[in-house]
Design a protein around this ligand. Structure first.
Ligand code: ATP
Ligand code: MG
Ligand code: FE
Length: 338
């Protein structure tokens, strides 16, 4: 299965074999293209996917040691995401599949993120709880079976990754600031800045991160704005974020009775989050699973995997080129493995 990801600012391509696993994957990030604008410019993203996608497909097939004729199917991200960017991947995938007379499968980007831990040797089996924390989403999901998703909690405002990026920006870090803020936090003094753990003092599994961002803004404005202070604030912010996510994850495990937790999406690459949840789940006799950090952020491997699972479960789609910039994860159909 060839997998193509083009929902935002990363062109990702991978080849996944249901028996042999991941054969090759390549990623091209457009970060430098968008950096001077301080965020993703949709039309520039689409055009860059057009430029990079086919060379990346050739490179990935070569790395896998196969030709196009060996493909049994083509999976692509059909949504949610930027419409123009999605259409580039969808058109290329459908055209390639049609010319090879193999099936094409449109994958839900967040199902891709959610299933990414299955690319690893130690992977969970449903039922489990998934925390999806990315640039556009913060969701807790009960996974009853692959394809059967129940939303337990959602963000009321900013997504976790968005909060990382915005907080980094307000302290003067260049776009995209999330990973850089996390790097700064490593050197920060713990405890010098203590921020609230939003919405942990009341029942429920929803998140809200915009107030945390405002607290950081006030602390930063009232400070000496030195490099050391920036690192200390970053540390305080990261600890508040990790603590909040940890509390909600434990609550979701308790509410569902699940013993396995999956963390996926870009914020899942955060080292303190990984360590914090590893410890917290061990303490209650549960287990946490993560994709390797490079498969937390956008990539083609998760799309190839999700497409391969859906194809092998017998999913058939019309050959029309269709994308869904907005697409509800709960509307997916559960896989019946044959
Ligand atoms: P979505 O998947 O919701 O459509 P997206 O695809 O843009 O959004 P991802 O690629 O999954 O999001 O993740 C990118 C986000 O992850 C960014 O907001 C980035 O700041 C954040 N991120 C990446 N690495 C880290 C890290 N080490 N610590 C904290 N945040 C991180
Ligand atoms: Mg991205
Ligand atoms: Fe993503």
């Amino acid at each position: 299965m060839l997998g193509i990801e083009s929902s935002c600012d990363e062109t990702g391509v991978a080849v996944y074999d249901i028996e042999r696993g991941l054969l090759a994957h390549r990623l091209y990030s457009q970060i430098r293209l968008h950096a001077e604008y301080g965020g993703v410019v949709p039309e520039l993203a689409s055009r860059d996917h057009v430029r990079k996608l086919l060379p990346l497909v050739r490179e990935t097939l070569a790395a896998a040691g196969i030709g196009v004729g060996d493909l049994g199917g083509v999976a692509y991200t059909a949504g949610p995401g930027l419409i123009g960017a999605l259409l580039v991947g969808a058109s290329a995938a459908r055209a390639l599949a049609w010319s090879l007379d193999v099936p094409a499968i449109g994958v839900h980007h967040m199902e891709g993120h959610l299933l990414a831990p299955l690319l690893e040797t130690e992977s969970p089996a449903p039922p489990f709880v998934a925390l999806l924390v990315s640039g556009g989403h913060s969701m807790l999901i009960a996974v009853d079976a692959i394809g059967s998703y129940r939303l337990l909690g959602d963000t009321l405002d900013d997504a976790a990754g968005e909060a990382f990026d915005k907080t980094a920006k307000l302290m003067g870090l260049p776009y995209p600031g999330g990973p850089q803020l996390a790097k700064l936090a490593e050197h920060g003094v713990p405890g010098r800045f203590k921020f609230a753990r939003p919405m942990t003092d009341r029942p429920g599994l929803d998140f809200s991160f915009s107030g945390l961002k405002t607290q950081v803004l006030l602390a930063w404005q009232q400070s000496d704005r030195s490099d050391a202070t920036r690192a200390d604030i970053a540390r305080g912010f990261e600890e508040a974020m990790v603590d909040t996510l940890r509390i909600k994850c434990l609550r979701a495990l308790e509410a569902t009775g699940a013993k396995s937790l999956v963390i996926a999406g870009g914020v899942g690459a955060n080292r303190r989050l990984r360590a914090g949840l590893d410890e917290a789940t061990r303490r209650i006799g549960a287990r946490v699973y993560f994709p390797r950090p490079e498969f937390c952020t956008d990539n083609g491997a998760m799309i190839a995997l999700a497409g391969a699972l859906r194809l092998s479960a017998g999913q058939i789609e019309s050959p029309a080129i269709k994308v869904m910039p907005r697409w509800d994860l709960e509307s997916l159909t559960a896989l019946e493995t044959r």
